[in-house]
Design a protein around this ligand. Structure first.
Ligand code: KG4
Ligand code: ZN
Length: 335
């Protein structure tokens, strides 16, 4: 059987990324250009700045990827690109680059859902065994996704308000930590104790949905009250207490769903998958469940990248699911 080489492009938010993946599993080249420094002083991603950076970076990132792989377009089988969800101006840069390259080099065009990409980052570590459950935790999403086979995604629970990463970033901002706040809270949490009593949103019995806005408000109120009463409160303890509350709910619901759906594997996906506390808590829980395999990608594959997009795109290639040049960027795409 002939090897399949797919070029992936990802520009949905604030990373300009390209990668080449062999047979959906092996990384041949993987390049990410982050814009975080440009957005930091605004405390979040500014859409107009993001799209302008993508336009400036995409050709350079692409050239670097081909150079790393020591390949030309004639070595490729298809071009896969994130078609949504994300910031529309950012998505359009990748989508238009992919369309132009597919047309110019007469290669098939593949449109990938960003979250499918985050899930498939795990296949760069280990072959999938179905059914499997993915805990997807990023800046825009918090979802439990069940997969019975390649390319089939059933959302069994999702956040009703803030995404986990969004809660991290908002709490970080109230603690005057730089954007993106997730890694800073994670670092502080390791130095503090979870001594502050904060809520855990379990929701109705049996629900796999999440809610983080009440927790975020509770943290803000706690800081406000302490300030009013001139009580000293350690940022490390606030971070540890907040993180413990997030982790308790995420791990408990993931374990319950993994058992209920009798899955063979549990995957962790999305930017918040880089969280040290969450990784440790899941590893501890699943160490006791011998018949369920836990897969956690390395940090570089947790945050946005194009290797995951090419990996997910390979499955669509094998299923013959191609796009034509009418493909657009879709900011609010369902998985
Ligand atoms: O997946 P991602 O790179 O972009 C989206 O698709 O949203 O996720 C970014 C999110 C940000 O909210 C960031 O604060 C969070 O992931 N994050 C973390 C950590 N590293 C990144 N959250 C908690 N702990 C971390 N170590
Ligand atoms: Zn992402």
């Amino acid at each position: 059987k002939k090897d399949i080489y797919i070029l992936g492009l990802e520009t949905s938010c604030d990373e300009t990324a390209a990668a080449i993946i062999k047979n959906g599993r092996d990384i041949i080249a993987n390049v990410v250009s982050s814009q975080i420094e440009s957005h930091k002083r605004f405390g979040g991603v500014v859409p107009e700045i993001a799209s302008r950076h993508h336009v400036e970076q995409i050709t350079l990132v692409l050239e670097e990827t081909l150079h790393q792989a020591d390949m030309t377009f004639s070595d490729l089988d298809a071009i896969a690109v994130t078609k949504g969800p994300g910031l529309v101006g950012s998505l359009l840069v990748g989508v238009n680059a992919a369309k132009a390259l597919a047309f110019a080099h007469q290669l098939p065009l593949i449109g990938v859902h960003h979250i499918a990409g985050h899930i498939y980052a795990n296949r760069l570590m280990k072959e999938f065994a179905f059914p499997l459950l993915s805990l997807v935790v990023s800046g825009g999403h918090t979802e439990l996704v069940l997969m019975e086979e390649h390319g089939s995604f059933q959302v069994i629970g999702e956040t009703r308000d803030d995404a986990a990463g969004e809660a991290y970033d908002k709490v970080a901002r109230t603690l005057n930590l730089p954007y993106p706040g997730g890694p800073h809270i994670d670092r502080l949490a390791a130095q503090g104790q979870p001594v502050i009593d904060l809520p855990r949103a379990w929701l109705e019995e049996g629900s796999y949905d999440f809610s983080f806005s009440g927790l975020k408000s509770a943290v803000i109120n706690t800081l406000h009250n302490a300030e009013q009463r001139k009580q000293a409160i350690k940022a490390e303890d606030v971070a540890a207490s907040f993180q413990q509350s997030v982790i308790d709910v995420l791990t408990a619901k993931t374990v319950k769903a993994a058992k209920e759906y009798r899955v063979k594997q549990v995957l962790l996906a999305g930017g918040v998958a880089a969280n040290k506390g969450l990784r440790a808590a899941l590893e501890e829980q699943f160490a006791e469940l011998a018949d369920i395999e836990l897969i956690i990608p390395p940090l570089s594959l947790c945050t946005d990248n194009a290797a995951m997009i090419a990996a997910a795109g390979t499955v669509l290639y094998e299923q013959g699911k191609f796009e034509d040049l009418a493909m657009n960027g879709y900011p609010g795409l369902d998985i």
